[in-house]
Design a protein. Structure first.
Length: 105
């Protein structure tokens, strides 16, 4: 009886931990039968919320973005600021910093 209890005390946590790692495996195949898809109701809810934000997006006179880019193969890094006029679709783009990949940003 004592050996069974020792096995349970040692084995159950190991089984639980192994199960947790199995769920986190990025190379694992998705479940069969479409179980990996977002449920239809959730997709509709998200799409509805996005449509509400989209109207505000199009009504705004401008939108702005900061973009950072780095490419080790091309040895380039830059940070830029963009402002888009949403009515005319003109975009103003200022380079804030430029340099090699290893240069501090």
């Amino acid at each position: 009886m004592g050996s069974v209890i020792r096995w349970l005390v040692a084995g159950i946590p190991l089984i639980l931990v192994t199960g947790c790692f199995d769920e986190a495996d990025p190379n694992r195949e998705p479940p069969a039968g479409g179980d990996h898809l977002v449920p239809v109701q959730e997709a509709e809810r998200l799409a509805s919320a996005a449509r509400e934000r989209l109207e505000a997006w199009y009504r705004a006179p401008t939108s702005s973005y900061t973009w950072e880019y780095a490419n080790v193969g091309s040895d380039v890094r830059f940070k830029s600021f963009l402002v888009a006029d949403n009515r005319t679709r003109e975009v103003y783009h200022d380079l804030l910093t430029t340099g090699s990949y290893d240069a501090p940003g």
